[in-house]
Design a protein around this ligand. Structure first.
Ligand code: TEU
Ligand code: CA
Length: 554
C-alpha cells in the first residue's frame, strides 16, 4: 500500500471558540491555541484541524464566512494566525484549515452585491429562483429546519440556503465562483497551511432543474437531493488540478450522505480528488422520524456492521478517516460509552482502543482525550446552537414533538454538548477564561480536567498518548488489513489486523456486563500492547470485565 504522511498521522480537532481564551472576553482565540500547543505536542498529535477562524457574523459559529482572507476579530489578527502556524510547525504539528465553500455568509461582499439586482455581476454567484405559484420554488428543507428558500424583497426572488438563511449557497455551476474559491485556497496554501477539511463538500453540486424532493414520512420538507450531486466529482477533480496537486496536502471531505461506493470516488487511491472523507453512516445510526432528534442508543451490532463494512470495503481502494465525535455530534463517551462515574474512565479508554487500532486516520475531538461528557443542558436558554434552537421551535410548534421529549433529545444529541469549553483545570472557569464564558462550562470540570490527568499516569489523557505513540511504533496499526472476528457477538467488538507475518488483535467489551471471549490460538505467546484494566493472562476462554479492552501483538 502507498505510504503517505497523512495515513500515519493522528488529527486533533480544535473548535476555537471553546478551546482557550487568552484575553478574558469569554471566547476562545488564536493566542489561546498557541499557548496550549505544548499540551498537544505532549499528547503526540501530528495534525490540527481548526474549525473556521475567518471573519464571520457567527450565525453558525464561523461556518458563515463573510471574508475568507481575514481572521474573525474575536479570534485575533492575521499576525496571531501567522505566529500560531509557525509555532505549530516548530513543534512538527501541521495545520488543516476548514474550507467552507458550499455557502458564504449573507454578509459576504459577493452576496451583498448579488442581492442588489438581477443584472449585478455577482448575481450568478448564488442560486436565485422565482416564486412558484406564489410560494417557494420547490419543497426542499434546510438542514437547520424550515424551507431552504428565502424570499428577498429587493429583487422579488428567492435564494437557496441549505443551512441557515444567513448561509446562502454558492452556485458552483458558475466557473467564476470556482475560480474565486481556487484562488482563495491557493492563497492559504501559499501561507504554508497543510491541508483542508471541506465542509459539506458532498453538497456543492445541485440536481439539474432543482426538482421537488421526497418528503419523508411524518416530515415537513422534501429532500434536496444535493448530496453527491451530478457534477461534484468534476468540481473536485478541477480543484485538485488547480490547487491540491500543487502542494503536499492532507484533505478530508465532510460527506454527509456518502455511501462506500461514493467514498471510493471522493477518496480514491489514485489521488484525483481527496485524501479521505468523513462518512456519516456511523453517526447517523439510530436516527428517528425527525432525524437525529431521538433518544435511541446505537446497538453494538449496527456499530460493528458499519465500521466493519467501511474497513473491509475500502481496503486498498480508498483511505478511511476514524472519528466518533466532532463539533456537530454529542460527546462520544456519552453516546457510545458510559459516562457514569463508575464506568467513565474505563469505557472512554475502551472506545479509544476500538477506534485507534483500526485502519485509517484517527481524529480526536478536543476534550475527548480527557473523557469530557455531554453538557446535558436542561434549559432552552442554555443552548446557543442555531440548529438546536430552530428545531426545538419548529418541532414543538408544529405539535410533532412534546416539549419535554424534545428537551431530552437536545440533552442527548445537541451540538452544544460538544461545544462547552475545554476543561483545563478544576477551577470555576475550568482554566478556559478569566471572564464570562460564551457558553456554560460543564460543572464536572472539577473531576474531569487536563491538569489532574497530566498528573495521573492512569488517566484517559495518558491512555490516548500511549495509543498515539503505538501507531507511530507499529506499521501494522496504520497499514495492516482489517479482519472482523465474532461478528454475531452482541457485547464484544473484536478484530484482527494483518501485515505480512505480523498480527494484531483488538478486543473490546462494549457492554456493562462481563463477556466471554476465546483468544485465538495463533495469539498464544503474544504480547499485550495496551489494556484499560489489569489483565495478565490472555489465553483460551477468558471473561472480560465491563468495558474491558486489550490489544495483543505477535
Ligand atoms: O455540517 C454539515 C452537516 O451535515 C450538519 O448539518 C450536520 O449534519 C449537523 O450539524 C448534525 O447535527 C457542517 C459543519 O460541520 C457544521 O458545523 C455547520 O453548521 C454546517 O456544515 C454548515 O456549514
Ligand atoms: Ca478571547
Amino acid at each position: 500500500m502507498d505510504k503517505k504522511w497523512w495515513k500515519e498521522a493522528v488529527v486533533y480537532q480544535i473548535y476555537p471558540r471553546s478551546f482557550m481564551d487568552s484575553n478574558g472576553d469569554g471566547i476562545g482565540d488564536l493566542n489561546g491555541i498557541t499557548s496550549r500547543l505544548d499540551y498537544l505536542k505532549d499528547l503526540g498529535v501530528d495534525v490540527i484541524w481548526l474549525s473556521p477562524v475567518y471573519q464571520s457574523p457567527n450565525d453558525d459559529n464561523g461556518y458563515d464566512i463573510s471574508d475568507y482572507r481575514a481572521i474573525m476579530q474575536e479570534f485575533g489578527t492575521m499576525e496571531d494566525f501567522d505566529r500560531m502556524l509557525s509555532e505549530m510547525h516548530k513543534r512538527g504539528i501541521r495545520l488543516v484549515m476548514d474550507l467552507v465553500v458550499n455557502h458564504t455568509s449573507d454578509e459576504h461582499k459577493w452576496f451583498v452585491e448579488s442581492r442588489k439586482s438581477k443584472d449585478n455581476p455577482y448575481r450568478d454567484y448564488y442560486i436565485w429562483r422565482d416564486a412558484k405559484e406564489g410560494k417557494e420554488p420547490n419543497n426542499w428543507g434546510s438542514c437547520f429546519s424550515g424551507s431552504a428558500w428565502k424570499y428577498d424583497p429587493q429583487t422579488e426572488m428567492y435564494y437557496l440556503h441549505l443551512f441557515s438563511t444567513k448561509q446562502p449557497d454558492l452556485n458552483w455551476e458558475n466557473p467564476a465562483v470556482r475560480k474565486e474559491v481556487f484562488d482563495m485556497m491557493n492563497w492559504w496554501c501559499e501561507k504554508g497551511i497543510d491541508g483542508f477539511r471541506m465542509d459539506v463538500i458532498s453538497m456543492i453540486s445541485k440536481p439539474e432543474g432543482l426538482p421537488d424532493g421526497k418528503i419523508p414520512e411524518g416530515g415537513l420538507y422534501g429532500d434536496s437531493g444535493c448530496v453527491n450531486g451530478p457534477h461534484v466529482h468534476e468540481y473536485l477533480q478541477e480543484m485538485n488540478r488547480e490547487v491540491l496537486s500543487k502542494y503536499d496536502l492532507m484533505t478530508v471531505g465532510e460527506c454527509a450522505g456518502v455511501t462506500i461506493e461514493e467514498a471510493e470516488k471522493y477518496a480514491s487511491a489514485d489521488g484525483k480528488e481527496l485524501s479521505m472523507v468523513f462518512q456519516f453512516e456511523l453517526v447517523d445510526l439510530a436516527s428517528g422520524t425527525y432525524g437525529k432528534w431521538t433518544d435511541k442508543r446505537v446497538p453494538l451490532k449496527d456499530f460493528k456492521r458499519v465500521m466493519t463494512a467501511w474497513q473491509t470495503e475500502l481496503e486498498g481502494k480508498a483511505w478511511n478517516s476514524l472519528f466518533l465525535g466532532n463539533h456537530d455530534q454529542p460527546r462520544c463517551l456519552s453516546r457510545f460509552g458510559d459516562d457514569s462515574p463508575e464506568y467513565r474512565v474505563v469505557s472512554a479508554k475502551m472506545l479509544a482502543t476500538c477506534l485507534h487500532m483500526m485502519q485509517g486516520t484517527p481524529y480526536v475531538y478536543q476534550g475527548e482525550e480527557l473523557g469530557m461528557t455531554n453538557a446535558y443542558f436542561h434549559k432552552l436558554e442554555d443552548y446557543k446552537d442555531i440548529e438546536s434552537i430552530q428545531y426545538y421551535t419548529e418541532l414543538t410548534d408544529a405539535g410533532l414533538m412534546e416539549p419535554d421529549y424534545m428537551m431530552k433529545c437536545l440533552m442527548l444529541r445537541s451540538r452544544d454538548n460538544a461545544r462547552t469549553p475545554m476543561q483545563w483545570d478544576g477551577s470555576e472557569k475550568a482554566g478556559f477564561t478569566d471572564g464570562e464564558p460564551w457558553i456554560k462550562i460543564n460543572p464536572n470540570c472539577k473531576e474531569i480536567n487536563a491538569a489532574s490527568q497530566l498528573d495521573d499516569p492512569d488517566s484517559i489523557f495518558h491512555y490516548y498518548q500511549k495509543l498515539i505513540a503505538l501507531r507511530k511504533e507499529k506499521d501494522i496499526i496504520v497499514y495492516g488489513e482489517f479482519e472482523p472476528l465474532c461478528r454475531e457477538d452482541n457485547q464484544i467488538f473484536a478484530y484482527m489486523r494483518k501485515l505480512d507475518e505480523e498480527r494484531l488483535l483488538t478486543v473490546c467489551n462494549f457492554s456493562e456486563q462481563s463477556a466471554e471471549f476465546e483468544v485465538p490460538v495463533e495469539f498464544e505467546g503474544s504480547r499485550c500492547l495496551i489494556t484499560n484494566l489489569d489483565r495478565k493472562v490472555f489465553k483460551g476462554k477468558i471473561v472480560l470485565k465491563p468495558y474491558e479492552a486489550f490489544v495483543l501483538y505477535k
